[in-house]
Each structure stands twice: as C-alpha cells, then as structure tokens.
Design a protein around this ligand. Structure first.
Ligand SMILES: C[S@@+](CC[C@H](N)C(=O)[O-])C[C@H]1O[C@@H](n2cnc3c(N)ncnc32)[C@H](O)[C@@H]1O
Length: 579
C-alpha cells in the first residue's frame, strides 16, 4: 500500500491497522509512534492521520469487510492477549490443551503458545475464513521465528461455534490439563434479530425461560453468555481453567444462574478491563477467570485487571444475590420489610407545560411563555439532580398538581381555578399527545404517582437515577409540601421529628452498608422501590443510639425517639392496624 507517494511496509501497515482507532486523534498515534521509534510528530496534523486512516479502511481494515456487526467482532490486541495468557499462567502453569472457540485472528492462541511450555494440543474455531488464514499465518510465522519451541498439535477449524461438536472434543481431550480462553462475540440475540442475522444458536432455552420466550427460544441473552455457558458445561469435568473476556453483565448472569446451574466451577474472578482503551467501545467488560472441575461455588471476586486492586466479592450469600458479601454479612440484619411504604414521585409526561420556573413572581413554562396561574395548584418540584443535599426546602422548578389521587375528576379546576384551567386548556394538545396508555380514557390533565402520600409535609427522598444511596430530608416551603418527580422515591411524614429520625436512620452507617451491599454498581435504576422496601426500619432503629442521633438531630428528645421506636415496632404497628 502507498501513502502520499510513499510505500508503506507490511509491518508498518500492520502497526497502523492495530492502532487504527488512535488515528482518529493524531496526538495519540504520534505518542505511540514516538514510543516505538523515537520519531517526533510523525503526523503534523489530523488531516494527515485521517488520510492514512481512510487508506487503511479502504484497503485493509475489517470495517471494509462486509458488515461484521453480527459477528460481535472486537479483536483482542496482542498486548492484552499476552497479559491474559500471563495471568492465566499464574493460575495454572501445567496447561497442556488450549481451546479458543471463536479465535478471530488468533492473538490469544499465539499468546498461549508463547506462554505455556507444556502444550500438547491447541484448537481454534472461527467462522470467518480470512481470520482462519490470519491465525494460521500468524502461528506459522511464530514458529518460523522460534524454530526451537516445542510444537503441540494445532487445529485451526473453519466452523460455526454454534454447530461445532464441543462434547466430542471434550471427550477426546479429557486427559489434558485445559485452558479455555478467548473473547466470544459481544452481541445479544435481540441485536442480531434487529439486523436479521442468522448468527445464532439453534433454538436455545439455556436460560430456562418460561412461556412464550421458551417456546420461541427468544428470551434475550448475550451470545457471549451462550458460548461461555456451553463451554463451561462441556468442559466442567476437565482439570484446568477458563478465561474469557466478556461483558460484565454476562459474568453477573453466569454467577446469578450458578445457583441453579451448579456448574463445576469455583474461585471465580472478575478482572475489570478498560474496554474503551482496549477495544474502543463503551461497554463494561472484564476478564472472567474460573477453575474447572471443582466443587461449585456461587460467588466471584472482582478486581481491577491492571493493578489487581480488590473491589468486591459478589454472588449468592445467605440465599441472597449480593454485590458485597462482606458488607451484606455485616448489615444483613437490615434486610427485611420497610414499615413505611416507598413511593415514586409525580409523573405527568408533559414537562413543557407542567414544569414551571418562577421569575419575579411570574411563572414561565418550558416553551418560554409567561404564565399567570392561581398559586393553589402549583407546588415546588424536586428532581433527582436536586437531591444532592442532606436537607432542603428550596426548589428550581414548580409543577401543577391537577389531582389529589389517581383518576380524580378534574372538572373542578375550571370553576375553582379559572386561570389554571385556561392555561391547561390552551395547552390541551400537549396532554393529548402523551403516548403512554396510562393516560388513555383518563380525566383531562391527569397525572400519575399521586395520592394522599404526595401531600405529606415532610419527605425522606432519594434519587432513582444515580448510584448515590444518600437520602435527603425535604421540608415544606411556605407551609406547602414539596413534590418529587417520578425519578425519585420517598417516604412521607406529617411530623418533623419522625421524618428526621427516619432520615437519620436511612443515612446511618448500617443502612448505607446494607444498600451498598445489595446494589450492583453497573446495573441501571438499581435504587428502586423493591430495594428500598427491604430496609427494615425497626432493626435500623434498634441498632441506632439515641445519644448519637441527638448530635445530628436538633432538639431531639427521648420521647420523640421512643415514639418512633413504637411506630416501627412491627408487633405494635400490626396491632395498631387491627384497630
Ligand atoms: C470478539 S471477537 C474476538 C476474536 C478473538 N477471540 C480475539 O480475542 O481476538 C469475536 C470473534 O468471534 C467470531 N465469531 C462470531 N460468530 C461466530 C460463530 N458463530 N462461530 C465462530 N466464530 C464466530 C468473529 O468472527 C470474531 O472473530
């Protein structure tokens, strides 16, 4: 290939292909070039780098191949492959047999061949013919350059991993100390469905889906998860280890399903990698390493791949699936049922009209219109991003509360609050446009997430959008309760001291430890009603100390504390509901 009249050698071309993503930022590629050759400022500007990038894409890049999205194609760079092989070696030096089920260009196989000295057999399977060739040439080159290295029997097989007979291979290799290594495709079956791909296993119900999903084999799963599960199951009786680069969500599922599957694996490790750096993709991924042919266990130690810093030990513990076994062990007493009912905030799906700013005594909506309304139906509104403070009675936005409970007739607004009615009615079209079926056949200007609880004077609230487990005490402004939007959860109180104690307990070390122990840092909307309803306030109260609470809560007296104790005492509370 030539570039701007100069011939680019194969070695140089390979270097640029490998570092292709860095060509989008010429300072990055310049840094790499300086590192390998000492040359300063190889590219003078981004244009020069982009020109080369385009040449590579046209002539050599996998991106110029037919759309390879369906193959979840993210080739592992040689450096990472070596690091993974090296780490696997620290866990098992005696590996005799290496299998890579979707070997791509073969970097893992090459890394293993140079790392493990007792190899007797190597098998790679790959669906894409050019990669099969790349792997074969790569291995050939290695041995030409290292003629004295011992040579195992090597099979690079052009085949579909979903059709390949692993059981047979497992049988014929059962005597070998085994390493199953690789990086299966990063794609889910529903993503494949959306591009009409056939790169799927024949109808699979490996996740034991029920109902229609089971019948159609369509329950959503990751292809990497399917390949991991299949190989773990096939080779569980082999002495050896399993080391796959996979998405974090796949590891979580494998450990979650381990309770049911009881695969003969244990001492599992999840070592988080930087997928942006390694693969230029924004996915949370890791090296999952586990030991085969062992008494099954159901937990997994999570660390940083690069510095091995310990993060957590997650999995099944005391019959619960937890993010931190240690924290859960120290706080599981809190895991019960909240005596207070956690609610989510107001939902209206009409922010352009229903959310207002207050400017110089006037209201302004998100359409930029000045609005004149009676104050009666307007309430301060807090969103997730407003719940940063420990205690608040200020708000940036206001909202119109058209109903006191779900489904309430809204015709009263016209008579009692004509300005508000006029405003809502003149923006009727915005309400009619709301897509959610919950608004269908409901009174005009209906809202949801509304009930007596919404008007509680004091609220202990938390954001459902963020990872923070901190609770904010929301107190009224000008004697009017403040509302929360539907991204927040809260419990409501009419008495300040009760609210303050509940707030104090929710933020106590023990409750915070409990929440952190059950919330997985990478799951979306992990702070939800189910999680919050597990907070046992009675246990939190029993574990708390009045004197310490007094330091935090102004004017707290013992009778407040005792009253709260009675309120959260389940037996007393039950009796109270009897009468
Ligand atoms: C994430 S890449 C990893 C490649 C290689 N293991 C590595 O780490 O560099 C996934 C590989 O799986 C291959 N692949 C996708 N579907 C496959 C299938 N059904 N059977 C075999 N290989 C497949 C792709 O062509 C691609 O090379």
């Amino acid at each position: 290939m030539t570039y701007l009249g100069a011939l680019v050698s194969d070695v140089a071309l390979e270097f640029f292909s490998e570092n292709q993503s860095d060509l989008t930022d010429f300072t990055l590629i310049n840094e790499k070039i300086k590192k390998v050759s000492g040359i300063n400022d190889f590219f003078a500007n981004q244009d020069e780098a982009t020109k080369l990038l385009n040449e590579i894409i046209e002539k050599h890049s996998i991106a110029s191949e037919p759309d390879r999205r369906e193959y979840g194609d993210f080739q592992t760079n040689m450096d990472l492959a070596h690091q993974v092989a090296k780490y696997s070696h620290t866990k098992n030096k005696e590996v005799e047999f290496v299998l890579e089920p979707t070997c791509g260009k073969g970097n893992f196989l090459l890394a293993c061949i140079s790392q493990f000295k007792n190899l007797k057999k190597v098998v790679g399977v790959e669906i894409y013919k050019p990669y099969v060739w790349a792997t074969k040439f790569g291995i050939l080159t290695y041995y030409l350059n290292n003629p004295n290295t011992i040579k195992p029997e090597i099979d690079i097989i052009h085949s579909n991993a979903f059709e390949f007979d692993y059981s047979n291979l497992a049988k014929s290799t059962e005597q070998f100390n085994t390493l199953i290594i690789g990086n299966p495709p990063w794609v889910t079956n529903s993503e494949l469905g959306s591009i009409d791909s056939k790169n799927l296993p024949a109808k699979s119900n490996f996740k034991n889906h029920k109902g229609l999903d089971a019948m159609t084999g369509k329950g959503n799963f990751d292809i990497g998860e399917y390949i991991s599960f299949t190989l773990l199951k096939c080779f569980e009786k082999h002495k050896g280890i399993f080391a796959f680069l996979i998405k974090n969500s796949v590891v979580k599922n494998l450990i979650y399903d381990q309770k049911r599957n009881q695969i003969r694996m244990s001492k599992s490790e999840k070592l988080n990698i930087d997928a942006k750096k390694e693969f230029n993709v924004s996915v949370s991924a890791c090296l999952f390493l586990t030991h085969l042919n062992t008494e099954p266990d159901q937990t997994c130690v999570e660390c940083d791949f690069y510095n091995r810093n310990y993060i957590t030990n997650f999995g099944w513990y005391k019959d619960k699936f937890v993010y931190s076994v240690q924290d859960y062990d120290e706080s599981s007493i809190i895991d019960g049922k909240s005596i207070f009912v956690w609610r989510s905030g107001v939902k209206h799906d009409c922010s352009k009209v229903m959310e207002l700013d207050q400017i110089n005594g006037h209201f302004k909506n998100a359409l930029g219109e000045e609005v004149i309304l009676e104050k009666d139906l307007t309430y301060g509104l807090l969103k997730s991003s407003d719940l940063k403070y420990d205690r608040t009675n200020s708000f940036r936005k206001l909202t119109i509360i058209t109903q006191q409970k779900i489904g309430q007739d809204t015709t009263y607004i016209q008579n009692k609050f004509p300005l508000t009615y006029e405003y809502l009615n003149s923006h009727k079209a915005f309400f009619d446009k709301r897509k959610s079926s919950i608004y269908k056949d409901k009174p005009r200007f209906s809202i949801f997430g509304i009930g007596k609880y919404s008007f509680a004077t004091y609220k202990v609230a938390i954001s459902g959008l963020y990872k923070s487990t901190h609770f904010t005490l929301v107190i009224p402004k000008d004697c009017k309760p403040i509302m929360l939007d539907d991204t927040c959860y809260f419990i409501g109180f009419d008495d300040l001291k009760t609210a303050e104690i509940a707030h104090y307990l929710a933020n106590s070390e023990l409750v915070q430890k409990f929440l952190k122990s059950i919330i997985f840092s990478d799951s979306k909307r992990s702070i939800n009603k189910d999680t919050l309803m597990r907070i046992d306030f009675e246990e939190a109260f029993l574990a708390a100390d009045f004197e310490k609470a007094k330091e935090k809560i102004e004017d707290l007296e013992i009778h407040h504390w005792e009253t709260f104790g009675k309120l959260v005492n389940e037996r007393v509370a039950e009796q109270m509901t009897l009468f």
